[in-house]
Write a protein that binds this ligand. Structure first.
Ligand code: ZN
Length: 292
């Protein structure tokens, strides 16, 4: 086992594998856009569950139904929950959305605007890091419990209607099976090297300690792309859990220039960036910050 020198300590675990995460971004994008109701969406759901099973873990499919705000279509949707070390506490929910947006709002050309987003960064990057983390937790069991959640139907809301977004996480927060997690961390748009990673002001206001810890850990690792001065007000998959009182945060590079465009392709995502995000999460989990 390779030793990793981090912040003055030699860690008894492998560093996060950014190249493997990048390969998982490409794998998801090979299905095309993963817009709910399409073949690419169905193929990606099967792939996520196959990846989880290949690690010796059990994917729990939590199906739900929702109406797509933009089309009025009723859709069958699926959140995938994977429990790791279920006997341990506290429990940390690590989440990412796996659907991709059905149209490209940020394009100026109407023909391009009508096309679905491939979502290498906005969708695949968070899922890829989650699967890499699952692989790491199988190799080196975490000292705390982990609930991985792949959220469906995050990105099909109409602009200006925040409650139309995050339908999968809204459903999951209302219908959580068993004891709710103690902490929530969502990864979204974590692969673009063209922007730094910022933080969400709702989360910072409600749970400053949890939010601060993430950026303190990143700073301790010397990862300057975690920029605590960059902040947004974001309705992302962490909000439904924040609203029921669970310390919740999101790591996101919201200023990615590829956001909701046809340029959100694997070439716009960096294996190194994926690796650093994964490493921060590993350090949060293994570093003893969340013990009771
Ligand atoms: Zn999006």
């Amino acid at each position: 086992m390779a030793a990793l020198f981090v912040a003055g300590a030699v860690l008894a675990r492998e560093p996060f594998d950014g190249d493997a995460a990048f390969a998982r971004v490409e794998a998801q994008c090979s299905f095309g856009p993963r817009v709910p109701g399409t073949k690419g969406h169905a193929a990606c759901l099967a792939w996520i569950q196959d990846e989880v099973r290949a690690l010796g873990l059990v994917p729990e499919a939590h199906g739900f139904r929702a109406v797509a705000p933009a089309t009025g279509d009723t859709l069958d949707l699926t959140n995938v929950l994977v429990r790791i070390a279920p006997e341990k506490s506290p429990r940390l929910l690590l989440g990412a959305h796996w659907d991709t947006r059905g149209w490209s709002d940020q394009e100026t050309d109407p023909a391009l605007r009508a096309l679905p987003v491939l979502g290498a960064n906005d969708g695949a990057s968070g899922v890829a890091v989650l699967l890499g983390l699952a692989e790491q937790f199988v190799a080196t069991p975490p000292p705390i419990g982990i609930d991985l959640v792949f959220f469906d139907m995050e990105d099909q809301g109409r602009a200006g209607h925040p409650r139309e977004y995050c339908l999968g996480s809204q459903w999951m927060a209302r219908n959580w099976p068993g004891t709710l997690p103690d902490f929530v961390l969502v990864l979204d748009m974590v692969g673009s090297p063209e922007t730094d990673l910022g933080r969400d002001l709702y989360s910072l206001g409600a749970f400053p300690g949890w939010n601060r810890l993430l950026f303190d850990v990143a700073e301790g690792l010397g990862f300057t792309e975690f920029d605590r001065t960059r902040a947004y007000e974001l309705f992302d998959d962490h909000i439904p859990f924040l609203e029921i009182g669970i310390p919740s945060a999101v790591i996101i590079g919201f200023d990615a220039p590829t956001w909701h465009t046809q340029r959100d392709v694997p070439a716009s995502v960096s294996a190194d960036r994926l690796g650093r995000v994964g490493e921060v999460v590993l350090e949060v989990v293994h570093g003893g910050y969340l013990g009771r």
